[in-house]
Ligand binder design. Sequence first.
Ligand SMILES: [Zn+2]
Ligand SMILES: [Zn+2]
Length: 396
Amino acid sequence: MRVRFWGTRGSIACGDPDYMKYGGNTTCVEVRTAGGEVVIFDAGTGIRRLGFHLLKDPSFRRRGYLFLTHFHWDHIQGFPFFTPAFDPSCSFVIHGQFKMGGRLEESLRGQMEHNYFPVKMEAMGARIDYRELIEETVDLPGGARVTARLLNHPQGCFGYRVEDAGRVFVFATDTEPRPDQEVDGKLVELAHGADLLAMDAQYTPEEYPAKVGWGHSTWLDCVKVARAAGVRRVLLTHHDPGHDDAFVDGVVRTARAEFAGLEAAARDMEVALEADRPAAPGPARVTRSVPVKAHAIERSEGLLRVRAPSTVEGLCSPEFRQEVERAMAEDAIREVVVDLAPLEEIDSTALGVLASLYKHAEGQGLAFAVARPRPLVREVLIITRFSEVAPIRDLA
Ligand SMILES: [Zn+2]
Ligand SMILES: [Zn+2]
C-alpha cells in the first residue's frame, strides 16, 4: 500500500509561507491499497487537493472509502470542496463514529447549512453511502481491512489500523494519553507491530502541562507508543498551528535522538509500504487487568433482562458482548433491557458497546432499552442522545 499526506496541520489551516514544508492544510491522508482502492482518512482542508488529483488520475476507479476519525472542524472542513463528491460518475462510502439517530450524515450536512455555506449537500451528485462504525473491522474489496478503536479525545476519536498485503499502517490523530496510564494501552494494542504509525504530536512535552485535557499528545508520547507497540517507523502529525517549519524541524531533531525511525509528516509526503519483509503480526490481545465481574441474564415472557457489569472494563469485555448476543438469538426473545444499576461510570467506549448491542438487537427485530442508570450515567445517555433511540425504562 501507499500512504500520502494531503493535510498534516492540526486545529486550523495555515497558509503562511513558513509553514509550507510540513504543510498548512488540515488532516487528510490517502491510502492506495495493493488492490488499487482509494481509502481516505479525514476530510480536512487537504482533501480539496486530493480531489483534484483523483479526477486527473486514470487509475482512480471513481470510487473511494472515506473514514472520518471524528467531527471536529479540522477533520471535516474540506469535504464541501471535494470535487469528486459532486461528480455523478463517482461513489463513496463514508465511515464514521456510530451516532444516534443517523447523525453521521447530519454531522457533515450541518456544516453546509445555509447559515454557513452557499451550496447544499444535495448538490453533491456522487453516490454517497454512510456506514456508522462502532469499534469494529471493515473489510474492503481486494482484501484490505480497517479496524477502528476509540481513542482518548473530547467527543471521542477513532484511531484506524489498515492491514493490506501483509503491511500495517496506523493512523492515530487527536489522542491524548489517558490520565491513569503512562502509555495508552489501547493505542499500543491498535498499533502493535505496525510498519508505519502516524500519530498526533501537537505539543512538546514542555507545552503539554498547559494543555492537559485538550485531547492531544506530544512527540514523547509518540515515541513511547512506538516503543511499546514495536512500531518500525513513526510520523508525527497534527502539527500545532503555532509551530512553523523551523520549530517542527527542531522537534524532529530532538525526537530522533529517542527514536531513530521518526520523522514528521509533511505536505505531499508519500510512503510506500512494500511487501519486502515478513508480514507484521495482527493486533495484540491485551489482557484486561480488571476481571469481569459476574453478570446475570434472566428471561421471562419474551423479555431478556441483562444485568450490566459494574465496571467499564467489564462492560467492554468481549465475553459480556458475546454472551448477550448469544442470548438475543434465542427464539422466544422479543425485547432486551440492559439493567445499568450496577454500572458505576460510563465512557465513550462503553457507550459504543451499548450502541453495538442496540444495533444487534435492531438487526434481530428486537426492542431495546436500558434501565436504572445512576445519575451521572443517565446524564451521559441523555446528552449523547442515546436515550432517544434506546429509551430509559423503569424496572421492577
Ligand atoms: Zn484535530
Ligand atoms: Zn479533535
